[in-house]
Design a protein around this ligand. Structure first.
Ligand SMILES: O=C(O)c1ccc[n+]([C@@H]2O[C@H](COP(=O)([O-])O)[C@@H](O)[C@H]2O)c1
Ligand SMILES: Cc1cc2nc[nH]c2cc1C
Length: 352
């Protein structure tokens, strides 16, 4: 799908069906428990019913897609690790030995790895090679990429949602791998939330205090020289974003189009979600927040999205790790709605 076709779809993304959400809430209220006592699990079941237009949503076929990209801004010393790690981790994903592989096995989910812009010498077997360019340019010196490249990366993500739909995937998670991408994510977050970049800058893979100060200065410089237009999310993604960030935004937009729920992960996928919501507000309806990352910008971005994370495990890994940890909670929410006895069967009535 080219950009013109894709952007036409953005104008009329579907919204959840309130009739199914209402029926799910009625069912939950009739179960053998005090009304509302399953808290956010109930909210999840209700939202899933609306998105899938079903009172018995099935989330059996699950997939996490890990979008990989490199960042030219690593030249400025903004990460505790070198860019080469992105390629090495792609190899590890392909061998099934990274954290995300373990967590996905635990949750009964597939892992799909997509190279949208790494600088790796070779793309490992089993990794989808749809590289738009080998890493972005250094955004502290000019735009990270052209608008056309950002659009192409976005279309890569959309295509992954389309493929998931064709393959019958019922629940998605958005993950990423890219050394330097917390710098890009914080820059995009600063523009889209209108917050001061310094408060949004965190340790990423493990910078110390001095490193974090340097990183904040690099972000401020990137914003100063590129002047991204806050009313134009594609301009922001192109100038101070990243290839995997644009791809995740496209993935979420595509998932909204195909009515597939997406669990977002840490800071980087949440920033992609915020960019997607700026392009088409209905996307928010299919998004679920999984956890609260240690990155200081994450809570601010989730608040802007109007999403509350389920877990706070002080994680800062990425890869989709937190998102996949939330999968069993969604399974639990749906099972409860389907398998519990009804209050009426037990002859129990509320006195209020
Ligand atoms: O998900 C998060 O909130 C998160 C927080 C810190 C680091 N990461 C991961 O670490 C990498 C980016 O960190 P950095 O320091 O290189 O910008 C990238 O591969 C992310 O997946 C991810
Ligand atoms: C080893 C390593 C694994 C990662 N996974 C996601 N980001 C990462 C960064 C590093 C450094």
């Amino acid at each position: 799908m080219n950009w013109e076709e894709l952007s036409a779809h953005l104008q009329n993304l579907p919204t959840p069906d309130p009739r199914f959400a209402k029926r799910m809430q009625e069912r939950l209220d009739s179960l053998a428990k005090p009304k509302g006592s399953l808290g956010r699990l109930e909210e999840m079941a209700v939202r899933l019913a609306g998105i899938t237009a079903s009172t018995q949503p099935e989330m059996v076929h699950k997939r996490v897609v890990v979008f990989c990209g490199d960042h030219g801004v690593t030249e400025e010393g903004v990460s505790a690790y070198p860019s080469e790690v992105t390629g090495w981790m792609m190899e590890t994903f392909a061998r099934g030995q990274a954290a995300i592989n373990v967590l996905a096995r635990q949750a009964g989910a597939e892992v799909k790895v997509v190279d949208v812009g790494s600088k790796a010498d070779r793309v490992p077997k089993g990794v989808v090679n749809v590289r738009v360019r080998p890493g972005t340019a250094n955004m502290a010196r000019g735009p990270a990429m052209s608008r056309a490249e950002a659009e192409q990366a976005l279309a890569v993500g959309w295509k992954q949602a389309e493929t998931a739909k064709e393959q019958g995937v019922q629940l998605l998670a958005a993950g990423e791998m890219g050394i330097g991408n917390t710098t890009a994510a914080a820059a995009v977050a600063a523009v889209l939330t209108q917050r001061d970049a310094t408060t949004l800058t965190g340790m990423g893979t493990g910078l110390g205090d001095q490193g974090v100060r340097r990183k904040a200065a690099v972000i401020l410089q990137s914003l100063r020289i590129n002047q991204p237009d806050s009313s134009d999310p594609m301009d922001v993604l192109a100038k101070v974003g990243g290839l995997e960030i644009a791809a995740m935004a496209g993935f979420m937009l595509g998932a909204a189009f195909y009515r597939i729920p997406v669990v977002i992960d840490g800071l980087i996928s949440s920033v992609a979600a915020l960019a997607a919501v700026h392009m088409a507000p209905q996307v928010r309806e299919i998004l679920f927040a999984s956890h609260l990352s240690v990155e200081p910008a994450h809570g601010i971005v989730l608040e802007k999205l109007g999403l509350t994370p389920l877990l706070d495990a002080e994680m800062r890994l990425g890869e989709g790790s937190g998102a996949v940890l939330a999968f069993p909670l969604m399974d639990a929410a749906l099972r409860l709605s389907q398998e519990m006895a009804l209050l009426s069967e037990l002859g129990i009535h509320s006195q209020s």
